[in-house]
Design a protein around this ligand. Sequence first.
Ligand SMILES: NC(=O)c1ccc[n+]([C@@H]2O[C@H](COP(=O)([O-])OP(=O)(O)OC[C@H]3O[C@@H](n4cnc5c(N)ncnc54)[C@H](O)[C@@H]3O)[C@@H](O)[C@H]2O)c1
Length: 312
Amino acid sequence: MREILVTGGSGFLGSNLCDALLSRGQSVLCVDNFFTGQRSNIKHLLGRTDFELLRHDVIQPLHVEVDSIFNLACPASPVHYQYDPVQTTKTSVIGAINMLGLAKRLGVRILQASTSEVYGDPHVHPQSEDYWGRVNPIGPRSCYDEGKRCAETLFFDYHRQNNVEIKVMRIFNTYGPRMHPNDGRVISNFIVQALRGDPITIYGDGKQTRSFCYVDDLIEGMIAFMDSPGELRGPVNFGNPHECSMLELADRVLQIVGSRSKLVFKPLPQDDPIQRCPDISIASSELEWTPKVQLEDGLRETVAWFRHTLEP
Ligand SMILES: NC(=O)c1ccc[n+]([C@@H]2O[C@H](COP(=O)([O-])OP(=O)(O)OC[C@H]3O[C@@H](n4cnc5c(N)ncnc54)[C@H](O)[C@@H]3O)[C@@H](O)[C@H]2O)c1
């Protein structure tokens, strides 16, 4: 049985990845410092012999024996990564150095959960991997954006300098069960507000668009990328190219929840991109990966999960 290290394994994506790897017969070492990860996400795995949990901060070196590494540790939502921006940069940069050092020592493959935020507020739509981005280096989001950019640099330098087998995945907005209810992301915000009958907060005029990928599609892509031939190092975009405005999203959520919440409009946060949409031609041509879950179906699953989780 192959032992797979998942850093950030108790988070939203990490815990869904742990489930998927275990269901494929692999054994998982989940490493997390529980900054944003929740025990409830992995509670159902704790008694299994093929699952191990280690409380550890990736800023510290890690000495374990594994067969491959998925490096997901890093808070992903602005409220969380801006809470302690220095720690966020350290997690991305020092965490990457530690995990790459481990991959180098063990001679194993490592995948980095990078982000569409490396494109910043892009001048090019949709964003393809050869676009270098337009990132503010000194703003409140920079700890995350620049931390992730530096992590990508480290991945490619460890590959060039030390021949480490790398996979760099640029993840666009993903949603689904186990999102943190207080992460301030638009889908969780809308669903929680609608379920509680609170007003739905729209930033700006609500015409800005985002594309949303359902978590099962994303995790399938992540595993397919990890298992792909070594020459495909990336970066590779993963996301759903179908764009949806915030107003349209609010409308769908209200309908699915059956809520009569009103919409309230607030100013756009600083550096918030107006449009973000992935070009996924590399993932589709090289991995035959395209997202399959329709927004409506994914939202229904997510609403059902939040409804159950928020029940008193
Ligand atoms: N969810 C998305 O839409 C999205 C989009 C782009 C990129 N990503 C990336 O995917 C990864 C997972 O995102 P997520 O949405 O699951 O976020 P999340 O916050 O739910 O999960 C991150 C996990 O990392 C853990 N963590 C944070 N700092 C750590 C540290 N120093 N040491 C050990 N563990 C630490 C957290 O406790 C949490 O369990 C992140 O690297 C994120 O940047 C996610």
